[in-house]
Design a protein. Structure first.
Length: 432
């Protein structure tokens, strides 16, 4: 995970796209948040707003460095989702618009999606296919309702859905979501688990060249690893996973995985590579007049972030009178860590292992269900047909959503056990 990607600076091929994405987010999020909050209506789920940016600016949009079009989808729904996930609006803006410093994880999956991390590493922008985009809009209400009923969901937290287009360029859809992994801790091993065995093996011999690779189901089994949760945590984790997977099954979604990042507390933070990769791109001369530019040339301290967030919050609110109680600023800690409120992210952004007696364990798991926008479409059915001719179904990854989900839950539940339980089972096995 320390391979956080390449910094996106002005020399980067995707600089203009990244710049436009962030400019569009800044504009649309401030625009929606400037208004008085209100209840959602059905129309909010269908809403889309198009904006044109150009170098001169117009009565609606401020001037930008480049000409581009930006589309904002269901802004009120996402505003409410961000509130549900306890994101501070100003903090969100600070993270995503701090002078366009992102790092890019170029297309780690087969899908061709690009991933960008906000410079503070809290958020991920993922470019998605048109089909995924259409699908997310279609299921948005179901997702929204699920999240209201399950604020502790393990599913990806979606904070925004947008589209950007440069003249003569193609339309690029993207979502903003939570980065499951923490900015301040090394992740010693990463696994992407689906509960299937076909193609679910990262070649162990390639690990040396790429020690931070994301490993898969077979690598997990080979290492005899477990999600070490004592009774209370295990119950909560499995119950939530079951509820989440029920939704995915009902929406006919598949191909999702449980992403697991393991931080070994004994090893702690050995490498400080991440600090280096997070070192901030220094804006060129043309940005010199920007009042925010200076403080953004290095990683800002908590206090600086809090101050900046407070400023922005005031700016957002200037359109209406500010009630007394809202002007009292929050403590920086609260601002920094909305995750504290969420069961599976409350232990320093993750979920700490526990022993059978519920005392704290040696690892912190950073986990969640990701890549959940693939609909069981015709393509999948075709894949099923072809693979089905040669493989046992238990090994196929493209089985129908119902069975995909059941198999997923079975696998993950099966590997959720304490160290003590695993050792006991091993001893029993040896005895028979
Ligand atoms: P494919 O469809 O081929 O699986 P994809 O482009 O849809 O690929 P994902 O499966 O969503 O990509 O993610 C690829 C990798 O990116 C994950 O294995 C993980 O390492 C990283 N990643 C994705 N989402 C997150 C997240 N929310 N937090 C942290 N890392 C993530
Ligand atoms: Ca995937
Ligand atoms: Ca995918």
């Amino acid at each position: 995970r320390v391979v956080v990607g390449t910094k996106v600076d002005q020399n980067h091929v995707n600089w203009v796209t990244a710049y436009n994405m962030l400019t569009g987010i800044r504009f649309t999020v401030s625009r929606t948040n400037a208004k008085m909050d209100r209840e959602l209506t059905d129309a909010d789920f269908e809403a889309k707003h198009k904006f044109s940016f150009d170098i001169t600016g117009n009565e609606l949009t401020p001037s930008a460095k480049y000409d581009f079009k930006f589309k904002d989808y269901a802004p009120w729904v996402f505003r409410h989702l961000r509130a549900t996930f306890r994101l501070d609006p100003a903090d969100y803006l600070v993270s995503l618009t701090s002078k366009y410093i992102l790092s890019e994880l170029g297309s780690p999956g087969k899908s061709g999606s690009f991933f960008y991390f906000s410079r503070d590493y809290k958020y991920i922008i993922k470019t998605i296919h048109h089909a995924e985009h259409k699908f997310l809009r279609r299921i948005l209400k179901d997702y929204y309702n699920h999240v209201q009923e399950n604020p502790n969901t393990l599913l990806s937290q979606f904070y925004g859905l947008h589209r950007v287009k440069i003249p003569y360029g193609r339309k690029i859809h993207f979502v903003v979501m939570n980065n499951l992994f923490p900015p301040h801790r090394d992740i010693h091993r990463t696994f992407d688990l689906k509960g299937s065995t076909i193609g679910r093996d990262f070649k162990e011999e390639d690990l040396e060249a790429n020690p931070r690779a994301t490993l898969k189901d077979l690598n997990w089994l080979r290492r005899n690893l477990h999600l070490e949760f004592g009774p209370t945590k295990k119950k909560a984790f499995i119950e939530q996973m079951q509820k989440d997977v029920k939704l995915l099954q009902r929406l006919k979604i598949m191909d999702y995985s449980l992403l697991v990042g393991i931080h070994d507390l004994e090893r702690g933070n050995e490498e400080n590579l991440r600090d280096k990769t997070l070192q901030v791109f220094q804006p060129g001369g043309e940005d010199a007049e920007d009042p925010g530019a200076n403080m953004l040339m290095r990683t800002p301290s908590k206090l600086e972030n809090a101050r900046k967030a407070k400023e922005l919050r005031q700016m957002i609110k200037t359109q209406k009178p500010i009630p007394m109680d809202q002007t009292t600023s929050k403590m920086p800690d609260e601002l920094q860590d909305p995750k504290k409120n969420f069961y599976f992210y409350a232990d320093d952004g993750g979920f700490r292992a526990t022993h059978e007696d519920e005392t704290a364990g040696e690892e912190i798991y950073y986990l969640g269900i990701i890549d959940c926008l693939t609909h069981y479409s015709l393509i999948k059915r075709a894949e099923h047909f072809f693979k089905g001719l040669t493989n046992q179904e238990s090994q196929i990854s493209a089985i129908p959503p119902e069975r995909y989900g059941d198999r997923f839950v079975r696998f993950i539940s099966g590997v959720t056990k304490t160290r003590e339980a695993a050792e006991r089972e091993k001893a029993e096995e040896a005895a028979t």
